[in-house]
Design a protein around this ligand. Structure first.
Ligand code: PAF
Length: 280
């Protein structure tokens, strides 16, 4: 695996692959890699001749400076994992390399970006669109891979691709979970022992709510049940739980209002903010 730190080198490497007629898969990450990221790499390897992984903690998508400061950075371990996973190029730029000038672009992301994460973290999705569009323009991959834990992010990226007219296939990959059900996240390492012990209850309660729906609970009752049961743990506080239409991310009032309903949750454990989701 080659580690690349400049845009020039990245473009040269990708152009050489394309000149040989090779397809390229891109896996954008912010590092602190776990098995969830590696599952994206594995899918990218199955689908493409070559795989580029970017490792970049993107400052423009953090609306909270403390979150940016404390975001885990584990470059050496990340490179070892990527090498073992058979990645061809790891692109690890500095902030100055990624943003030689401040990025002032404002994307018209519309309704998909206005709710949930978009409402709670102003500017977050615009920052995601800025960095992902830059990576797409630099690599011009055939396919790009994103994990479904960030369910809304995938909808926002699809919208950005439509706006910018990129001919790139967006591949969404299932959530990877620890054996106790906790969704894998780079933020999990920041949980205390006690917080780590209670955190799997998020997924347990979400799963039970799917059974509750099947036995006749209304959408509003289901929402209330999830929020109350999670908040019953003194270590956890639900920021939001929305049941949305998977096609447009808009909250639905009744189970019959959409083809596929998805419950999207954010929970604080101390200052660690975890997200998860479940299909109904
Ligand atoms: O999901 C993430 O890790 C980030 O939002 C992404 C897509 C790598 C952009 O910085």
């Amino acid at each position: 695996m080659k580690i690349i730190r400049t845009v020039r080198e990245l473009k040269d490497a990708v152009n050489a692959l394309k000149a040989e007629g090779k397809s390229v898969g891109l896996v954008p990450t912010m590092g602190a890699l776990h098995d969830g990221h590696i599952s994206l790499v594995e899918q990218a390897r199955r689908d493409n001749d070559a795989v580029v992984v970017s490792v970049f903690v993107n400052p423009t998508q953090f609306n909270n400076p403390d979150d940016l400061r404390t975001y885990p950075r584990t470059e050496d371990a990340d490179c070892r994992r990527l090498e073992a996973a058979g990645v061809d190029f790891a692109f690890i730029p500095s902030v100055e390399e990624m943003y030689p000038e401040p990025d002032t672009r404002v994307f018209e992301l519309g309704d998909v970006a206005a709710v949930m994460e978009g409402a709670m973290r102003p500017g977050h999705f615009n920052g995601v669109a800025q960095v992902v569009s830059r990576l797409f323009a630099m690599v011009n991959p055939d396919r790009a891979y994103f994990g479904e834990k960030d369910f809304q992010q995938i909808a926002v990226i699809r919208r950005m691709v439509e706006l910018e007219k990129f001919a790139i296939e967006i591949v969404s990959c299932p959530i990877k979970r620890e054996s106790d059900g906790l969704a894998m996240s780079s933020r999990n390492v920041r949980l205390s022992a006690r917080q780590r012990e209670v955190a799997p209850n998020i997924y347990r309660i979400l799963k039970e709510s799917v059974e509750a729906k099947a036995s006749g609970l209304s959408l509003e009752e289901t929402k209330r049940k999830v929020i109350e049961e999670i908040n019953a743990y003194p270590e956890m506080e639900v920021e939001y739980y929305e049941i949305v239409n998977a096609d447009d991310m808009q909250p639905v009032g009744d189970w019959n209002d959409c083809r596929q309903a998805v419950g999207c949750i954010t929970v604080y454990l101390g200052d660690v903010r975890l997200i998860d989701n479940i299909k109904y």
